[in-house]
Design a protein around this ligand. Sequence first.
Ligand SMILES: *Cc1c(COP(=O)(O)O)cnc(C)c1O
Length: 415
Amino acid sequence: MTPSASDTAGHLVGEPVTSVSQWLDRYAAALIHVFGVPQTVLDHGQGCEVVDVDGKRYLDLLGGIAVNTLGHGHPALVEAITAQATRLVHVSNFFTSGPQVQLAEALLRIADAPTGSGVFFGNSGTEAIEAAIKLARRTGRGTIIAAENAFHGRTTGALALTWKPAYREPFEPLIGRVLHVPFNDESALRAAVAQVGDDLAAVVLEPILGEGGVVPSTAAYLRLARELASAAGALLILDEIQTGMGRTGSWFAFQSRGVVPDAITLAKGLAGGVPIGALVTFGPETTGLLAAGQHGSTFGGNPLACAAGLAVIDTIEIQGLLAHAATMGEHLAAAVLGLGHPQVAAVRGEGLLRAIVLTEPIAPAVMARARDAGFIVNAVAPDALRLAPPLIITATQLEQFAAALPGLIEGGGSP
Ligand SMILES: *Cc1c(COP(=O)(O)O)cnc(C)c1O
């Protein structure tokens, strides 16, 4: 396509324009309604800004839920995807490709994984968890301990580890022998591990509950989980699908807690928006649990997704985005708390995974007003707004949002 004149929404001049409301009507008639009605219909984006089909601009403070690590249209990501698409998009797992091997090596390096560690690639977070569940089953034991308020995905294995009854119960029976314990509660974890005894295959935890409201684990809790799992001969599997890839200011949240897991799961931000998932196993013993023929995926590890993943890792390193995520996260928390607003109770989280906690359950209304005002955020709980912006977000952009926040909370004249 040759470049042509376009209006503010990027429509080619003279092209028939379909409005947000027209698309939403067609969406309602054509899609299965598992997500409710989408908030708008996005058309394009650049950096931390996205534009809907009506030409309305938004500051994207959610980044596709911690997925658009480099924002929208980052030249390094566009170039990597474009270049790889001209070479090979898919090869099957009868073959490998340079990007697949390079991305596995890069993940082992940034995860500080010891010699003999390994990577399995899938296409989503829930698939990474499925691989982790199969890894745990290969210990020969059957029970998994997970946390209350945890989210690990929607396929039927991962769903058994996910806490929210409304997600889980319509699909029961799921895989059995999953025990949920209150998060960050050391004595409850001790008691559960003792109760399960010899049947404990794995303890599976998010270092920060993501969907559960952006609740960080304490370092002491993760260290205890490490100790108890080791003593029981079980695996410690950390779900870094939302917290990984620099989001918290370190590559992975386990690194800031001084804990070495047996495995981590990755997805969301790993390839900057191209679908991908990964299980990283630490050390030869754990890595050896999955033998030839015991797991697989048609699309997993395809060169397109892996080239995108490499571009994400390279760009985070070249642009110093780990330190930037940490600094911007502090900046956001300071700007929001500095408002001294009576309805802001706290700011939770680390780096650029944050929740603004409100004193009342008005987060859905604040989210709607934010959207009308041109800010994308997420009401992760009735009283909490989640922000997980691209790691390239600037101080000025965060300040714009903080300045608007009192009006968004108070509502004024808008609904
Ligand atoms: C999003 C998420 C998942 C599921 O990932 P999908 O790609 O939606 O399957 C699992 N665990 C955590 C911690 C997540 O945030």
